[in-house]
Design a protein around this ligand. Structure first.
Ligand code: GDP
Ligand code: MG
Length: 436
């Protein structure tokens, strides 16, 4: 399976003390093969390996770990990203009941999942109503009733009618009557996608306006899972995907492709026939299960943390002793660059107002970087020695004007005096603040 394949690849790569373009290429070829064999969509695999190759070749090696370990971490992070990064929660409606509608082919595990989810939510003190609208197979309704009884949840269904919309609408009334906070609608499936099924589901959606339409997909069907998810999503615009039967000998490829191709998150997984066999989907946990490399990943993370801590400490020291010079300033700029675009970083900061156009700021950063890079180490340490002819040389070297160089030096001066103020605890006008 995919896990074993990856472990072989990593074992091989750990044998190399150093990574170079050649052995990264070899490893990537094998990563590609294993993903394809695991039924991951071809385009997804291609994008994935391209991304890794780009990053692997551009990355600096972190002290304290070897390049192979860092490569494993890179594959790990990209796989997590491919799966949507974080886990996604169910929506809760403003009014009760929140309606969750399940869709999917027959035999994928809809009815089982309806009961699993009901049990899961009941444990969180929610009040549930299960609704059966599989009017074509009386056995299906019976199955839901039996499951409902097992978990102590009411089941709403009607006999002698095939009016799916009518049943579901009356079920909402029933849900309100019993003060249900969630109502889970288990729909009929077919053995294959057909117009009648889709029309019925669309009509149901229009009538009951569910907060969540969850597509239930059997993980064992491999490549087809993606096509299936696409057709359902085109017709219904689903909110999330449930992957069932991940406990069996599935190759996991479906999970890896769905988010990338359909753009909808996997919200829960089914890992067995029992009603407790439901898990919130955590991309990092699945990846850890696939790669079996959790130890290496956390090792690299710790090494990275130590480095960041050391850097932050030495920076703090420098600010305190007022030894912060243009060399340090350049390092800071490069750290920001390493972390990604300025826009990307700002997005990570909670409460940050949205700035529409960051291009000027990023351009300015590049300019500043070019200017500092055109200085000698000595000049960066003691900007005071920069007189006219040196400034002209620097401006030429960085493709800027002397006025740009002057502007940067002035800004740096201001920054230094601000740092001096902060580190000495003397803040301007602070004494009068807060006093009436
Ligand atoms: P539906 O036709 O979509 O409603 O599917 P059912 O809920 O009736 O399930 C079909 C079969 O799949 C049943 O035998 C279930 O026990 C089984 N099943 C459902 N979910 C899982 C799962 O996560 N793992 C395994 N191994 N079997 C499952
Ligand atoms: Mg069913």
């Amino acid at each position: 399976n995919l896990g074993n394949r990856f472990q072989d690849i990593f074992k091989k790569i750990r044998g190399h003390g150093r990574l170079n373009e050649a052995n990264i290429k070899d490893a990537l070829r094998e990563v590609k093969m294993s993903l394809l064999e695991a039924d991951v969509n071809y385009k997804v695999v291609k994008d994935f390996t391209n991304k890794i190759s780009e990053k692997a070749i551009g990355t600096e090696v972190i002290r304290g770990v070897n390049p192979a370990q860092q490569f494993i971490k890179l594959v790990n992070d990209e796989l997590v990203e491919l799966l949507g990064g974080t886990s996604s929660k169910l929506t809760k409606g403003l009014r009760n009941p929140t309606i969750i509608m399940l869709a999917g082919l027959q035999g994928t595990g809809k009815t089982t999942f309806a009961a699993k989810l009901a049990k899961f939510l009941k444990k969180q003190n929610e009040k549930l109503l299960l609704v059966g609208v599989d009017v074509y197979r009386p056995a299906a309704i019976k199955q839901l009733q039996v499951l409902g009884q097992q978990i102590g949840v009411d089941v709403y269904s009607e006999e002698n009618t095939k009016d799916v919309v009518g049943i579901a609408t009356r079920a909402i009334e029933k849900a309100k009557e019993i003060n249900a906070t969630y109502m889970i609608v288990d729909t009929a499936g077919r053995l294959h996608i057909d117009e009648t099924l889709m029309e019925e589901l669309k009509e149901l959606k229009r009538a009951i306006k569910p907060q969540e339409i969850l597509l239930v997909v059997d993980a064992m069907i491999g490549q087809d899972a993606v096509n299936l998810a696409e057709s359902f999503n085109n017709a219904l615009s689903v909110d999330g995907v449930i992957l069932t039967k991940l406990d069996g000998d599935t190759r996991g490829g479906a999970a890896l492709s769905i988010k990338a191709v359909v753009g909808k998150p996997i919200k829960f997984i089914g890992v067995g026939e029992k009603l407790n066999d439901i898990e919130i989907f955590h991309p990092d946990r699945l990846v850890s299960r696939i790669l079996g490399m959790g130890d290496v990943v956390s090792l690299v993370e710790k090494a990275q943390e130590v480095i960041d801590e050391n850097e932050a400490k030495s920076l703090e020291e420098k600010i305190k002793s007022q030894k912060f010079d243009l060399n340090d300033f350049l390092k800071q700029l490069q750290t920001i660059k390493r972390l990604g675009s300025l826009g990307g970083i700002l997005k990570l900061i909670p409460g940050m107002p949205k700035i529409d156009d960051l291009a000027p700021a990023e351009k300015e950063m590049k300019k500043v970087e070019a200017i500092i890079q055109s200085m000698t180490k000595e000049e960066r340490k003691k900007p005071d020695i920069l007189k006219a002819n040196r400034k002209i040389r620097i401006a030429k070297g960085s493709g800027t004007d002397v006025s740009d160089v002057n502007k940067l030096l002035k800004q740096f001066d201001q920054m230094k005096s601000m740092m001096k103020m902060f580190s000495s605890g003397k803040m301007p006008n602070m004494g009068t603040m807060g006093k009436g």
